[in-house]
Design a protein around this ligand. Structure first.
Ligand SMILES: Cc1cc2nc3c(=O)[nH]c(=O)nc-3n(C[C@H](O)[C@H](O)[C@H](O)COP(=O)(O)OP(=O)(O)OC[C@H]3O[C@@H](n4cnc5c(N)ncnc54)[C@H](O)[C@@H]3O)c2cc1C
Length: 492
């Protein structure tokens, strides 16, 4: 018997478990994966977390190790709550649930400070979210901080904190169904080492991730073609938590046909590989162009900063013939390419001329590709200055598929190209929760003793997503659910 059982052992689950323990609850965490593969998608991340801050003083409160020299060499800017709201609205076409969004935005900074108070450490993401121009780094995308040690560091820190708080973690323990009666949920049925048993609980928090690793559900809900998408992260997020809740009458909400999906190494394995982490992603396309099998461009690579387009461009790649694209760059922008372009596991070609490069692009109509690149080069507005730190308006003129910012001619050899396909990160559809994190049933009544957090919460994201929001949402809603589950279970 536990006061609170938490299903999952990613960021949302640990935030819930620690918050429940804070209420005096005895907490058991169930992790389906064996310990070496535990930690869900969270472990695959870079640990980047988006939160509202009003200036460098807020950052210094979170990261007391920041030195005066570092502060002097960096323009951290500010990311006020109003901008976070605006970003969530803009990228989701204003479909984000306003109440959930408000909980996320207003809870973001307090939750970061809460995590730091529990023992998490954070650092600025100079490497990926700031470019050095005129001797000074400038953060450009509202995403400034990552957990020290990235996703693996985040999971390791949570595991230590949980142990310190007396939280029990069972590995290889798969929750298979909820035990529920008229009064609500009273426990979980689990399967561990081939044995099925029941664990009674005062409250259950579901934080078992989305259904992105379930081929059949991907095809059923996201549509044709998604069966062959690569899964970027954990193979254990197959929708178990969603299924268990729906089986007892929980209400679904959010965009069940939508997901976060990115450009991902074409020859990556079927599921994420913890040794490579997020290295298979290829996110520097705003500084180049993307070509499909017909040799055509198909998106505005410079429509916005990478943080606001990358999560929807995986879907665009999936729609292309044979579901792949080549990202093409020249030597001018090579220094701007993210570190993931320099790993061993890339499908890459290089050439001294565009003709030679196009001939090397496997599965691509080379003549059409060359014509596209030439037309693109001719359309670049070279009279506008290039600046990677702002939306510089250096664009193409007259192309059917424009490039709106950071358009440079491809004219400095060596040229290089990287093959990508669609990598799915997590699904957007989920459960409907109330302001306390409690799951609602199909009549919109709270299901006694049942809470949800993380990827399982529906209604926040539609079509797109601002980078770094998944971990933040997991922490905010995990803490909310855990606090209320803990209160409920200890008052029984
Ligand atoms: C490669 C990659 C990079 C990313 N980078 C970032 C980033 O930098 N910043 C960011 O904000 N987001 C990032 N994301 C998204 C982020 O990982 C997720 O939004 C976030 O981790 C979700 O947290 P969660 O706790 O809901 O799910 P998860 O961390 O996936 O945890 C789900 C847990 O549930 C367990 N589970 C599943 N089924 C069961 C069951 N039946 N019984 C028991 N346990 C079960 C899983 O094993 C896992 O432990 C990235 C994702 C990937 C894949």
């Amino acid at each position: 018997m536990a006061d609170v059982v938490v299903v999952g052992a990613g960021n949302a689950a640990f935030a819930a478990a620690v918050a429940a323990a804070e209420q005096g609850a005895r907490v058991t965490v169930l992790e389906r994966a064996p310990e070496p593969l535990s930690g869900g998608n969270t472990r695959f991340t870079a640990g980047a977390m988006r939160f509202a801050y009003d200036g460098v003083d807020d950052l210094r409160r979170l990261m007391p190790d920041l030195t005066d020299e570092e502060v002097a060499a960096t323009d951290f800017g500010a990311y006020p709550q109003a901008r976070f709201f605006e970003d969530m609205g803009r990228v989701t076409d204003y479909r984000t649930d306003p109440d959930l969004c408000e909980t996320l935005v207003t809870g973001s900074r307090p939750t970061m400070l809460w995590m730091a108070g529990k023992g998490h450490r954070f650092a600025p993401i100079w490497g990926r979210q700031a470019f050095k121009v005129g001797g000074r780094f400038k953060f450009w995308g509202g995403l400034t901080v990552e957990a020290v040690g990235g996703g693996p560091g985040l999971v390791e820190a949570w595991t230590k904190i949980a142990a310190r708080e007396g939280i029990e973690v069972l590995y290889g323990a798969r929750a298979v169904s909820l035990i529920a009666g008229d009064a609500g949920v009273t426990g979980v049925r689990i399967k561990q080492a081939g044995r099925t048993r029941e664990i009674a609980a005062g409250a259950v928090v579901l934080a078992a991730g989305g259904f992105q690793a379930n081929t059949e559900w991907r095809t059923r809900y996201l549509g044709p073609g998604w069966d062959t998408a690569k899964v970027r992260g954990s193979r254990f997020n197959t929708g178990d938590g969603l299924r268990m809740a729906l089986e007892i009458g929980a209400m679904s909400t959010g965009q069940w046909s939508g997901c976060h999906a990115v450009g991902w190494e074409r020859n990556a394995p079927e599921f994420g590989d913890l040794a490579v982490g997020d290295g298979f992603q290829k996110h520097s396309y705003p500084f180049g162009v993307m070509l499909n099998a017909r040799g055509e461009r198909f998106v505005d690579e410079g429509a916005d900063f990478r943080n606001y387009t990358y999560a929807k461009y995986g879907r665009e790649i999936l729609k292309q013939p044979r579901q792949f694209a080549w990202q093409v760059f020249d030597a001018k922008v090579r220094h701007l390419l993210r570190d993931e372009y320099r790993i061993k596991q890339v499908t890459k070609v290089t050439a001294e001329t565009l003709e030679e490069l196009c001939a090397k692009l496997e599965d691509v109509d080379a003549a059409a590709a060359l014509a596209t690149l030439r037309a693109y080069n001719a359309a670049v507005r070279t009279d506008v200055a290039f600046d990677p730190n702002v939306k510089d308006g250096r664009r193409t003129e007259g192309l059917a598929v424009p490039k709106s910012n950071w358009a440079n001619r491809l004219d400095e050899p060596p040229f290089e190209a990287y093959a990508v396909t669609c990598g799915i990160t997590f699904t957007f559809g989920g459960l409907r929760i109330d302001a306390t994190g409690q799951v609602l049933d199909v009549d919109l009544a709270p299901i006694g003793g049942l809470y949800a957090a993380g990827e399982m919460v529906g209604g926040l994201f539609y079509e797109n997503y601002p980078g770094g929001t998944g971990l933040m949402a997991g922490a905010v809603f995990g803490r909310l659910a855990g606090t209320n589950a803990g209160k409920m279970a200890t008052s029984l």
